[in-house]
Design a protein around this ligand. Sequence first.
Ligand SMILES: Cc1cc2nc3c(=O)[nH]c(=O)nc-3n(C[C@H](O)[C@H](O)[C@H](O)COP(=O)(O)O)c2cc1C
Length: 335
Amino acid sequence: MKFTESVQFDHPIIQAPMAGVTTPEFVAASANAGVLGSIGAGYLSAEATREFIQHVRKLTDKPFAVNLFVPEEMNMDEKLVRRAYEQLQPIGEQLGMPSWETPFSAPCFNEQVQVVIEEGVPVCSFTFGLPSDDNVLKLKANHVFLIGTATSVEEAVLAEKCGMDAVVVQGKEAGGHRGSFIGEALIPLKELVTDVVEQVQIPVIAAGGIADKEQMKSMIDLGAQAVQIGTALLATKESGAHPLYKQSVLQASEGCTELTKAFSGKSARGIRNQFMIEMKEDKPIAPYPIQNDLTKKIRSEAAAQNRPEFMSMWAGERVHETEGGSVEKVVKSFF
Ligand SMILES: Cc1cc2nc3c(=O)[nH]c(=O)nc-3n(C[C@H](O)[C@H](O)[C@H](O)COP(=O)(O)O)c2cc1C
């Protein structure tokens, strides 16, 4: 698979960027297994992004991508934020936290773009929106291959117009956050790939519920140039997922995932647990990224206390097909 002269990899597979899960060892193992590794840098500071890139470089000389979260305009409704926080308190109490600090994160997207350029990373992918013209021009002037994320034909067309060199189309089956930036499309991957390849000229990368070589091949037959796999790699030894999250993935049954906004304010697919059930009934939820900041301490405390019922365990619809082992073993199973 060839994106540019400097970005070539053996198999038409991208290891999905998964913020919080993609360790340097995971990205390097993916690159070394012949697929395009991706750093999920969405929650990192600019300096942490730089250190991560340098760490991966020590483990592989293969190309890899950095994935960034495009920041969104957001109106802070203080009353709603207070009500959303109060709603979370019974869950905090179950973790021994009657109250907790909720420092709000500041976006550092422009600084991360600068790091990608300074570190000479050859591929940069985006989710939750598209980068500004300035950033596109800057990255392209530095020969960075750009990949957008779309969940509808409309978003894919905009990604191409904005200068993306390829587009990941994310079907409704996909694990983790939805990359939607116009409305909230939930389109099955087959349908989405079929429609998008007719409407854009740039390479289409299919993502969502691709768990084996047959599904990969069916996407390529529909016109996708590559696939992006996330959940299939979640339980590997190199993955940074919490051990109990990996266990839930390996024990998952069909139909165990659902979409929720309760962890972050943005729609994401994960394994149903007590947090998702308790937060279901029309509870007030702050917009992304505020809700994410409000629940941060709950998630970290749940991880520290080994309480998967309160962790965010993002996973796609085919999670019940996931197996453990190494990244190399999973990649090989696609061939
Ligand atoms: C744990 C997890 C974290 C994710 N984090 C990101 C992310 O940081 N950036 C991104 O663009 N997509 C993210 N995604 C979505 C994946 O890139 C990809 O679209 C998805 O995993 C494909 O569906 P699958 O999980 O069924 O293979 C995440 C997915 C999972 C499962």
